[in-house]
Design a protein. Structure first.
Length: 450
């Protein structure tokens, strides 16, 4: 029966069978040492000619006796650092070909394209695995936080009949001869469900066909969305977003300290209440600090986001800051205009470490008002009839928020590129393999055919 490596620490003097990948091999005369890893950890195995011929990334089954190491050979960096496995028998389960690069160095000193071109191999590096351990905790903590507040999870469609969001470009789909699109957001569906379930959330793939190649944009991302009904104000939505983000950060700090240490980072710090200012206030602060006049712009530029975060950290010792009240016309048709100044809406962004993390706000719930906005924004009401149906039969006051799992992972771990935080990144130049490479090969094939 197989024993997980982490459980061998309690088996001193006993015979066990372990299975895993050969992490490294070292020869000292007739004596051969190797490190074996499975999902739970690493263990040193020691033997003679039985270990000859194994190499890194071979998958093996080893049976042997667990012995205590001499104290001078203790390794405090691994959980099995005080024991080793004396090999009695070894069986090779799968052989690895020669590796294109060394995946066992502390740092993967290869370019991002090479890392992504060899994705299945790069996943085996400790720091790459750590990224997705953190991301798993982020997503699970999002679910935990909202379930604790009585939210219900749902799965939103990714093929939709219309483009209500505006802004970002969309991917068109031929749906059995009918025009359709890949969803930019589950917003319309989560709002619709509020009319029945009051509080809902989803973890969904969304798609943005934006023609941009930047370090913080992808065409396919995991969106963490929440929506709540019967609210009193937009501040109630903001406070729920703050609670959720803080819960996520707390859980990452508790459950991922080893991973944070690998990257030499800590989770963003903030105050008991995340500071919150309006867009025009933020732009005035930026103007006074830098002389850069962005006071009439409809949004914050990347430089503005970095500057307002510097201000928040200096003034409040917070790496997070809410910015609210953007021009109404610059946001989707369903965003609620501010009662005091309808030119601006009751929407907000959360900016963290110089980058936008989250977008949210209060939504319009009155049927006549939202129908007027639909027409004013140039949307055909027939294309979102299902959504409008919920408002026709009474929609409670509502609001919600959303953020990308990859973006928050990137920001927590201080990654240089968001592609590092996506298991299988999609962008303008990549669908698993680099598209420029595929195009080049196609041209070569065309030449051969002619």
């Amino acid at each position: 029966m197989r024993t997980l490596i982490k459980d061998t620490v309690n088996e001193t003097g006993q015979s066990v069978t372990v299975r895993g990948w050969v992490n490294s091999v070292r020869s000292y005369g007739k004596l051969i040492f190797a490190d074996l890893r499975d999902r739970s950890g690493l263990i040193q195995i020691v033997g003679d000619e039985k270990l000859k011929g194994i190499k890194e990334e071979d998958i093996v089954e080893v049976t042997g006796k667990i012995n205590s190491r001499l104290e001078k050979y203790f390794n405090d960096k691994i959980i099995t650092g005080k024991i080793e496995l004396e090999v009695n028998n070894i069986k090779i389960l799968a052989k690895s070909q020669e590796l294109p690069f060394d995946i066992h160095q502390p740092e993967l000193n290869i370019s991002l394209p090479v890392l992504l071109d060899n994705r299945t191999l790069s996943f085996r590096h400790s720091k790459v695995k750590a990224i997705f351990k953190v991301q798993e905790v982020i997503i699970n903590s999002f679910r935990e936080a909202l379930r604790a507040k009585d939210f219900m999870e749902f799965q939103s469609p990714t093929i939709i009949p219309a483009v209500p969001e505006g802004g970002a470009e969309v991917f068109k789909v031929d749906y059995f001869g009918h025009p359709a699109f890949l969803s930019q957001s589950p917003q319309l569906y989560k709002s619709l469900l509020v009319s029945a379930f009051e509080r809902v959330f989803s973890v969904n793939k969304i798609f943005r066909a934006e023609p941009s190649v930047t370090t913080r944009h992808l065409t396919e991302v995991v969106s963490l969305d929440a929506e709540m009904g019967l609210i009193d104000s937009w501040e109630e939505v903001r406070d729920m977003a703050e609670y959720t983000v803080k819960y996520i950060l707390d859980q990452v700090e508790i459950k991922c300290q080893k991973e944070l240490d690998l990257f030499k980072v800590s989770v963003p710090h903030t105050t008991d209440t995340i500071p919150s200012i309006k867009l025009r206030e933020a732009q005035q602060i930026i103007f006074e600090r830098t002389g850069r006049d962005c006071r009439q712009e409809k949004d914050l530029s990347p430089d503005d986001e970095r500057e307002i975060c510097k201000w928040a950290e200096e003034k409040y010792n917070s790496e997070l800051v809410f910015v609210s009240h953007f021009p109404t016309k610059s946001r989707p048709f369903y965003t609620y205009p501010d009662d005091e100044n309808p030119e601006f809406n009751q929407g907000f962004d959360l900016i963290g470490r110089g980058v936008e993390w989250l977008t949210g706000g209060r939504r319009i719930n009155d049927y006549d008002t939202i129908l007027a906005h639909v027409k004013e924004w140039g949307i055909d009401p027939k294309t979102i009839d299902l959504y409008l149906q919920a408002f026709k039969y009474a929609m409670p006051p509502l609001g919600g928020f959303a953020f990308g799992a990859e973006r928050i992972t990137m920001q927590i771990l201080n990654l240089a590129n968001i592609r590092e935080a996506s298991l299988f990144p999609r962008d303008m130049e990549r669908i698993d393999k680099r598209l420029v490479k595929i195009k080049r090969n196609k041209k070569d094939n065309d030449k051969k055919n002619h």
